[in-house]
Ligand binder design. Structure first.
Ligand code: MN
Ligand code: MN
Length: 468
């Protein structure tokens, strides 16, 4: 091939082929600095808000500081007004009223703030052979063996017999004790090692060690349990029966941290899906005077299928949008039909160590931007809402116009497995909906990995969409 022919081929390739580049090669130093500062804030959020209740409290406090007021049906609203709705302390919806009539629809971002974890059972406390334990039932899809032999913290609430509430958060402060689930030593694991990976640790083996000191007495049995119950009574004012009306969640006690010599990655518990929730919430705060009314919903229960009154299979989002529409004398149904939604949830990033589960031409790569996912589902797209080509085109234009670094990717090879998000439930309200989110490695593990530039790209994407 002659030189000029080679040039011609390259020119044509540049013009016609898809291009993808590492985000750092597309960002200048000023933008990289902004990305770093944003991610430092994100790490702070991750260490403060480790559960749906703590995320709701964090976001609600920030909203009140930013001038958002509790939404009341029928209230008088005008462009620039800011309202929020706290759903039972576990989910939150915020809205900034736009200048366009609400009949033109809202710009909705939906992310979830629950993450896989271990919930305590309602009779959790027992003693066996002078060690005190809590029984658990895991929440969401986990590889159970990953949750042993790591420090755990305990978060949640206990409703006492008299109706009063004890808030629990123990194991995060370096001065706190942590909790622990044992695994078998390799020396004696010959039989255990024959189990499949799925059975390596069984659900009923996820028992949390919580202490080992007996109550000071020579008389009676279950003295370790008594000693522990006595501490819990002193600390939280509870008796054993109060666990019946408690929601206590054990989560990894690791703090979120930078990962790598170049500090380009972030390790944390629960990136799925606080890595989309936090940028969506920050984007909503940044867009003070939107054209279309902005609505951001941070929901609960995604990891168990979105059922229940704090999950998106319930009607709380629909009721909110209808009530909001009525404040302007509009029909909620018409508002929903005219609305657009980014279902902001993570996707699997390409992991070179486990490359066989993803298809290289159609998967998300770390540092290649926020990932737009046209469809999710499993076994022939079952359970997906599959965004229309027209709506993908609309979102593509919004992202490109704003210079957002983004890519597209699906969740794994065909028939490799699959999964879903809240996209289908929002699309079922007749809202144009598409999935978008940050690529994650080791998703649903106690410590997950994301790239900083992708977190920043997610923020930029949500901001551009909310402004559109
Ligand atoms: Mn998720
Ligand atoms: Mn998940």
């Amino acid at each position: 091939m002659k030189e000029n022919e080679k040039d011609q081929v390259q020119t044509l390739k540049d013009a016609l082929f898809s291009q993808s580049k590492h985000a750092a090669q597309r960002m200048d130093d000023a933008e990289l600095a902004k990305c770093d500062a944003f991610c430092a804030d994100y790490i702070g959020f991750m260490n403060t808000a480790k559960t749906e209740r703590e995320a709701t409290a964090f976001v609600t406090a920030a909203l009140e500081k930013a001038g958002y007021v509790p939404f009341k049906p029928g209230m008088a609203l005008k462009a620039g007004d800011k309202v929020y709705l706290n759903n039972r302390g576990k989910a939150v919806i915020l809205a900034t009223i736009g200048t366009a009539p609400i009949g033109e629809g809202v710009r909705l971002c939906a992310a979830h703030i629950d993450s896989p974890r271990l919930d305590l059972k309602q009779h959790p406390l027992y003693e066996s052979d002078e060690i005190g334990f809590f029984k658990t039932h895991y929440y969401g899809g986990i590889k159970k063996y990953q949750w042993t032999a790591i420090p755990l913290s305990l978060h949640g609430v206990i409703i006492r017999k008299d109706g009063s509430k004890a808030e629990v958060r123990i194991g995060e402060d370096p001065a706190d004790p942590v909790f622990y689930i044992t695994d078998l030593l390799p020396h004696l694991a010959t039989e255990q090692m024959k189990r499949t990976l799925a059975q390596g640790i069984k659900g009923e083996e996820l028992n949390i060690v919580i202490g080992s000191m007996p109550f000071k007495s020579d008389k009676g049995s279950e003295l370790v349990k008594l000693g522990l119950m006595n501490i819990l009574h002193e600390k939280y004012g509870i008796t054993e029966d109060d666990f019946l009306s408690a929601e206590l969640e054990a989560v990894p006690a690791f703090p979120a941290r930078e990962v790598g010599f170049d500090r380009s990655l972030i390790g944390a518990y629960g990136h799925d899906d606080r890595v989309c929730s936090y940028p969506a919430f920050r984007a909503a705060l940044a867009v003070e005077a939107p054209v279309h009314t902005n609505v951001v919903i941070l929901t609960d229960k995604e990891e168990t299928g979105s059922d229940g009154n704090t999950g998106l299979c319930s009607s709380y989002l629909k009721y909110f949008l209808c009530d909001l529409a009525e404040c302007f004398g509009e029909n909620g149904r018409h508002v929903m039909s005219a609305s657009q939604c980014l279902s902001a949830d993570v996707n699997a990033g390409f992991d070179p160590t486990f490359s066989e589960v993803l298809e290289r031409n159609n998967c998300a790569y770390l540092n290649h931007g926020v990932c737009v996912t046209k469809f999710t589902g499993a076994r022939g797209k079952s359970g997906t809402s599959d965004a229309s080509a027209e709506f993908v085109g609309t979102i593509r234009a919004v992202l490109d116009e704003a210079g957002v670094i983004w890519q597209t990717g699906e969740l794994g090879k065909v028939d490799m497995g699959g999964g879903g998000t809240v996209a289908a439930y929002i699309a079922n309200l007749d809202v144009d909906t598409i999935d978008i989110g940050v690529p994650v490695l080791s998703m649903h593990a106690p410590y997950e990995l994301v790239a900083k530039t992708d977190v920043w790209a997610a923020y930029r994407a949500f901001e551009a969409f909310l402004k559109s």
